[in-house]
Design a protein around this ligand. Structure first.
Ligand SMILES: Nc1nc2c(ncn2[C@@H]2O[C@@H]3COP(=O)(O)O[C@H]4[C@@H](O)[C@H](n5cnc6c(=O)[nH]c(N)nc65)O[C@@H]4COP(=O)(O)O[C@H]3[C@H]2O)c(=O)[nH]1
Length: 698
């Protein structure tokens, strides 16, 4: 605490005052309470000598009238008297003195204070904040200047450190490349710290040897791990603020490294398949474009192969998605091992892979055949040993396309053909495939128009009852009255209609026409015939099927007992429970149900029992080779007796010869259908046929 000058009363000593007041006279009291001028000067001098700021007063000629101890010592004097009367020119270099005089002259001339100006120190390192005010006499005349300044070096340094920190954070936010960031940060810090050595030693790197004691500030990752350390040499003046600054910079570098890794990870994810780690379509496109350019310049060969797993869906559906994922990873590994560095393997969808083979030494076909064999080897997934086959379609650069998209489209087309060929096959693209694909597109468009314009007619194939010899039913078979090509059979367009979904509106057309025809024959007085209508898989899955059937019956005003829906065995067996539910819905309308193509699926006696069926139709493939194939005869007899056991009527399809008819009659088959009796016929011919049989019977 500051002490009053020697001999001066202590103004804070209040107890003493009270005592004095009692004994001293008023004048003496006054004298004792207020200091003399000399004492006041001494007091002031003592006060300003205690403050660390620099305080001085000068006359109009710039001579020191007064200066506090801080100034005296800073200018190399020991006593204030040595300074009094001197000008700046006598203690500073000319240029500095001129600058000071200039500012002070301006303050004296303008009478305006010059406050808070930041200036570099004239002596030594650092910064001062200067304020100068005019010095006035009692009458207000300016007789000099009073100056006060404060050392703000610490604050200036803190500001510089802070702005360095801010710049680094901004660089992190801008996503500056990590190497650039580290290099620039090091340069910035060394500049800021007057050349002091600072380095970032990241994990796995060797630190450069530094002379002296080392300070290490760990660089942590977001999750608490350690990326490395900020390393610097220890110096004497290392105050707490600077330590905090280093720790802050180390933290910023940690954020920069985390961010850099995040960006790299995001970039990786954007171009790779998360499950297998293989390149995805995006990366493949990029790499393939570069390879194509190289291949065309250097006249090298390049093949693009589409690989699609057969029955992958079955594994997913039966063993679950986790097993499906495991299978994909095994397949990805197997393909990658084969392709090695001589190509690219990418996963582009569920079970679809693309292989790019660059300049293959071995012929492409052989390499892909090896891939196919390897994929098909057994593998254990979730404890179950399974095998998956695959189909491969290939297109070659230059020969089958010059751009990635051309090659992809052509390889895809070849893949389609490989699948058509019965799976586990490899097909090389041929221009004929493109032609077929184009034709298919045209056909689909024509079919769409045909559905809109209703270019379909129904032919009817009679079913003869063995017992009575009468025609008791017909099967409605659709034909397309093509405007150019004439009458087309269903084999040409039904699969396409199935594939495109057009089978749903087409099926509705058939249902309506068939119901109307059945009703018309009844109205014309023909004996009532059961009308069989085929229902395709796609139609059967549509939830609207039941309402479509109900509506067709209603608008034709046909009793439901005369309508029979023919469902194929393979369609029912795809989802037994769902099929049973749908069959009951239909059954409730009053229609009957027949199982078509029986013997080609795998229904067991126990499942058959649960289906609300009225009839089984033996597939014509079993009839075709009677009597040449005794096995087929045995199967046919077995189906007939199965029907009897289950109380189902059995219809044999595709009966072409008398011999077949006799065998079926002998086996106990109730109904026969086939070219032997009639081909599918237009409605008018059916009418004459029935009229003929009725007349014959009469
Ligand atoms: N070789 C030989 N063939 C015979 C004999 N008797 C009949 N056929 C043929 O066998 C097919 C019987 O129909 P499907 O098995 O239901 O097989 C049908 C059916 O699956 C489908 N189809 C026909 N019309 C429709 C329809 O309206 N809707 C749906 N979804 N499919 C239909 O098209 C398939 C083929 O129909 P079509 O070409 O009319 O061929 C008919 C018929 O002409 C014979 O003695 N020998």
């Amino acid at each position: 605490m500051m002490q009053p000058p020697d001999g001066a009363p202590d103004p804070t000593h209040r107890d003493q005052d009270v005592e004095d007041e009692q004994v001293l006279k008023p004048f003496e009291l006054l004298q004792a309470r207020y200091l003399s001028l000399a004492e006041r000067y001494e007091w002031l001098e003592a006060m300003i000598n205690y403050v660390p700021d620099y305080i001085y007063a000068k006359d109009r000629d710039g001579r020191f009238l007064f200066a506090n101890l801080a100034i005296v010592l800073n200018n190399g004097f020991t006593d204030v008297d040595e300074l009094i009367g001197l000008t700046d020119a006598e203690i500073h270099p000319m240029a500095d003195a001129y600058k000071i005089e200039e500012v002070e002259r301006q303050v004296m001339e303008s009478g305006k204070a010059d406050l808070g100006v930041e200036e570099r120190r004239l002596k030594g390192e650092g910064w001062l904040m200067m304020s100068r005010v005019p010095l006035r006499d009692r009458n207000g005349n300016i007789i000099g200047v009073v100056g006060a300044s404060r050392d703000i070096s610490a604050r200036k340094r803190a500001e510089k450190l802070m702005s360095a920190q801010t710049k680094l954070l901004q660089d992190v936010a801008r996503g500056v490349d990590l190497d650039v960031f580290l290099r620039e940060s090091q340069v910035l810090l060394e500049e800021l710290l007057n050349g002091r050595c600072v380095s970032f030693v990241l994990n796995g790197e060797q630190a450069e040897p530094l002379a002296g004691d080392i300070l290490e500030f760990p660089i942590f990752s977001r999750d608490g791990g350690r990326h490395g350390a900020l390393v610097t040499v220890q110096t004497d003046g290392d105050e707490a603020g600077l330590m905090e600054f280093f720790a802050g910079i180390a933290q910023t570098v940690g954020i920069a490294i985390d961010r850099h890794r995040d960006i790299a990870h995001i970039a990786y994810l954007a171009e790779h398949d998360a499950l297998t780690g293989l390149p995805n379509r995006m990366l493949l496109d990029r790499k393939l474009s570069a390879l194509l350019e190289k291949a065309s310049k250097q006249q090298r060969s390049l093949a693009v192969a589409f690989v699609d797993l057969d029955n992958f869906k079955l594994v997913n559906d039966t063993l679950g998605h986790a097993a499906g994922d495991e299978l994909l990873m095994v397949v990805a590994r197997r393909i990658s091992t084969h392709v090695g560095n001589g190509g690219i393997v990418a996963r582009i969808g569920g079970d679809e892979f693309i292989i790019v083979l660059e300049d293959p030494v071995e012929p492409i076909y052989e390499r892909l055949a090896a891939v196919l064999t390897d994929i098909s080897k057994p593998m254990v997934v979730h404890g179950v040993e399974i095998r998956v086959g695959c189909s491969i379609g290939v297109a070659c650069a230059m020969e089958h396309g010059t751009t990635a998209s051309e090659l992809f489209a052509n390889a895809d087309m070849a893949l389609y053909r490989a699948k058509e060929a019965g799976r586990n096959a490899i097909r090389l693209f041929t221009p004929a495939m493109a032609e077929d694909a184009r034709n298919k597109l045209i056909r689909i468009e024509e079919l769409r128009r045909a559905v809109e314009r209703d270019e379909f007619v129904l032919h009817y194939q009679p079913q003869k009852e063995v017992r009575s010899g009468k025609i008791i039913g017909v099967e409605a078979l659709v034909r397309w009255q093509h405007p150019v090509e004439g009458l087309l059979l269903p084999g040409v367009f039904i699969p396409l209609a199935e594939e495109t979904g057009l089978i749903v509106p087409l099926g509705e057309i058939v249902l309506r026409k068939a119901c109307q025809q059945a009703r018309l024959w009844q109205d014309r007085g023909l004996p009532s015939l059961r009308m069989g209508v085929n229902v395709s898989a796609r139609q059967f899955l549509e939830s609207s099927l039941t309402s479509h059937v109900a509506s067709a019956l209603q608008s034709a005003d046909l009793d439901p007992q005369w309508l029979e829906l023919e469902l194929t065995e393979s369609l029912i067996m795809r989802d037994v429970e769902g099929a049973i539910e749908r069959m009951h819905e239909l059954k409730e309308l009053g229609v009957s149900l027949a199982m078509d193509d029986f013997g080609t699926g795998y229904s067991s006696l126990s499942t058959l029992r649960r289906f609300p069926l009225s009839r089984l139709k033996i597939d014509r493939s079993f009839i075709a080779d009677i009597p040449e194939k005794p096995g087929d005869m045995a199967i046919t007899s077995a189906i007939v007796s199965l029907g009897r056991t289950l109380d189902l009527e059995v219809v044999a399809e595709g009966v072409e010869t008398e011999e077949q008819a006799r065998f079926l009659e002998g086996a106990g088959c109730e109904l026969l259908q086939g070219y032997l009796f009639a081909r599918p016929l237009p409605s008018s011919e059916i009418e004459s046929l029935i009229a003929g049989t009725v007349a014959k019977a009469g």
